[in-house]
Design a binder for this molecule. Structure first.
Ligand code: IMP
Ligand code: MG
Length: 184
């Protein structure tokens, strides 16, 4: 069996560090939305955001509704394709709702930019973004990052929901993937 040393270069954030940061973000979100009239529509972007999503929403003290979508802009490799498709849309009508998009990582910004415009066009009252990781050095389109867990350098990160070709999502920490894993 392979051990984590076979594919992880180093751990960047431990389980404990992630939990501490999530507490801060959830408190801030609860404060910012404390006066909303309808429950906050929290939209988790599957599959990557699933762990972050459940950890953030469970600590919110405001009324929330759950929803999820699947968008594809990324191929099995580490380069974004630039085109976004919604493979599974949300179940709620976005019209007149305050939407919080919860994502694993904002990289080129292509996915978030597309989704923000998509929900604004559908008549959402507001659309804000909450991302576990932000990689500003890779940005191709500007996107507002309203809530961010951690800013990371241009390295490929896996764990706590983030994958490489669907692997490593279940690692409880965030780690840099060894280049030898994907540059074969
Ligand atoms: P963007 O549209 O380029 O911002 O890409 C966002 C998506 O790319 C994320 O939801 C991830 O699925 C994927 N992604 C970008 N960088 C990484 C990374 O370092 N590790 C894992 N997935 C990544
Ligand atoms: Mg993703």
């Amino acid at each position: 069996m392979k051990t984590k040393e076979d594919f992880i270069e180093r751990v960047v954030y431990t389980e404990e560090e992630i939990a501490e940061r999530v507490k801060v973000l959830s408190a801030k979100i609860s404060e910012d939305y404390k006066d909303i009239s309808k429950p906050l529509l929290t939209v988790g972007i599957l599959n990557g955001a699933v762990m972050f999503y459940t950890d953030v929403v469970r600590r919110l003290t405001i009324p929330v509704h759950f929803d999820f979508l699947i968008a594809s802009s990324y191929d099995a490799n580490t380069q974004t394709s630039g085109k976004v498709n919604i493979l599974k849309n949300i179940d709620n009508d976005p019209k007149g709702r305050d939407i919080l998009l919860i994502e694993d990582i904002i990289d080129s910004g292509t996915t978030m930019n597309y989704l923000i415009n998509y929900f604004k066009d559908k008549g959402a009252t507001s659309v804000k973004t909450c991302t576990l990781l932000n990689k500003p050095s890779r940005r191709k389109v500007e996107v507002p990052v309203d809530y961010c867990g951690f800013e990371v350098p241009d390295e490929f990160i896996v764990g706590y929901g983030l994958d490489f070709a669907q692997h490593y999502r279940n690692l409880p920490y965030l780690g840099i993937l060894k280049r030898s894993v994907y540059s074969k």
